[in-house]
Design a protein around this ligand. Structure first.
Ligand SMILES: Nc1ncnc2c1ncn2[C@@H]1O[C@H](COP(=O)(O)OP(=O)(O)OP(=O)(O)O)[C@@H](O)[C@H]1O
Ligand SMILES: [Mg+2]
Length: 386
């Protein structure tokens, strides 16, 4: 076993995923290797410098743990189907996909990783450049994360911004009509042979205004006109009228726009039935396997199954937050393992913390009920045998 001596692979500057440079960095970055777990002796025998590098490597690794849950696999499968059928039938109306789920359940994680795999696949198929002179870059995926309250122009500016289109650098866009900006964006999509356009945080579009309907129409226009599949993600898209069917007036226009959109969801984990509990434990087992801590033991997290559920309320974002902070603290303090005592001391997001007490009490009660039921059953069994 070797101890790491080189610098960990860290990009010095995290570039925005809403620019082609940032996205390409993300999509083409080689998969990180898991730092080797060391024994106590090896750890204690390291020079302070090597130790600092090793600890940093572990923290970076922990920050980027990616778990392939059943929900993630299901969504990826569906998205791949949609993309495939769009690629095959270029002359019919394209369908789009939307992931509609509450915050911190992994929407961005899913779409980004789906985009990353697709990017790599397309580059492997058709190369990095689209012309002999290496003038036109092959950009299979366009990715934008919306912010603020977005107008039609805003959306197209973001797409143009991804491609570093000159319109976004100067004042050119002020004199450009929305339709021209849309056309310019569509041209970028075609020129760079973009097949997948990811729009994250779509909830920043307000569809209940006139502007909103126009944005929807523009999206439809883009999605139909060009050889790209739109993949959207956001919170409460259906409730906000961003996806789903409407029946009257404005809503009818939207219903038409979104008829061909497949809406996929992500939900928190639960412990309500056996299969769900097994899935939760599988998730914890997956995290356990991924963590690099010297004194970690098998079952370190799975044994805390109910406790971790109560702390995170089954929300993967809150769970990963808690575990990452726990792992960082375990490294910093030399504890090198995660246990309940250590986690008890770590506070995470308010949402999870407020729900925690109620859920803990409920789970305790459930456990007591289960035990009482089992005792009763045993007694009944004994009585019947006698
Ligand atoms: N499959 C996964 N494996 C590991 N960590 C995950 C996974 N899914 C989500 N997470 C973690 O959960 C947190 C929230 O995920 P993400 O940002 O993707 O959620 P989101 O639904 O896009 O949230 P928001 O609505 O706030 O944009 C992140 O810290 C992420 O690392
Ligand atoms: Mg997100």
């Amino acid at each position: 076993m070797t101890t790491p001596t080189s610098e960990p692979q860290l990009s010095t500057r995290q570039r925005s995923l809403s620019t082609y440079e940032g996205w390409t960095d993300f999509a083409e970055r080689p998969a990180r290797g898991r730092p080797e777990p060391l024994t106590r002796d090896q750890l204690d025998g390291m020079s302070p410098q090597d130790r600092a590098v090793y600890d940093l490597e572990r923290r970076v690794w922990h920050a980027n743990i990616l778990l392939r849950t059943r929900q993630v696999e299901d969504i990826e499968l569906q998205l791949a189907d949609i993309l495939d059928s769009n690629l095959q039938d270029s002359d019919r109306v394209k369908s789009a996909a939307a992931i509609d789920a509450p915050p911190a359940l992994g929407k961005s994680t899913v779409v980004n990783n789906f985009g990353r795999v697709f990017h790599q696949q397309r580059i492997a198929e058709d190369g990095e450049w689209l012309d002999q002179d290496r003038d036109v870059r092959h950009l299979p995926v366009c990715h934008v994360t919306l912010t603020g309250r977005l107008t039609i122009k805003g959306l197209h500016m973001m797409i143009l911004g991804f491609y570093a289109h000159p319109a976004t650098a100067g004042i050119l866009h002020r004199s450009m009509a929305g339709r021209d900006l849309a056309r310019a964006a569509a041209e970028c999509i075609e020129r760079h042979d973009t097949r997948l356009v990811i729009v994250d945080d779509l909830h920043f579009l307000n569809m209940r205004t006139r502007d909103g309907v126009e944005v929807a129409n523009q999206l439809k226009w883009l999605a139909n006109e060009y050889n790209a599949t739109f993949l959207l993600a956001g919170v409460a898209l259906r409730a906000r009228g961003l996806v789903g069917e409407g029946h009257t007036g404005q809503e009818a226009a939207m219903a038409q726009t979104f008829r061909r959109w497949t809406v996929l969801g992500l939900s928190p984990f639960t412990l309500t039935h056996k299969r769900a509990r097994e899935e939760w434990d599988r998730l914890l087992f997956g995290i356990e396997q991924a963590l690099v801590l010297t004194d970690a033991r098998p079952g370190m997290l799975v044994d805390l199954s109910r406790y971790l559920f109560a702390r995170s309320t089954g929300n993967i974002g809150s769970l990963m937050d808690l575990i990452r902070r726990g792992a960082s603290r375990a490294i910093r303090t030399g504890r090198e393992a995660i246990d309940r005592e250590l986690l008890d001391d770590i506070r995470i997001d308010e949402g999870a913390e407020t729900e925690r007490r109620e859920l803990e009490a409920k789970l305790e009660q459930q456990l007591r009920n289960q035990k009482a039921r089992r005792r009763r059953q045993n007694k009944d069994g004994e009585a019947a045998a006698a």
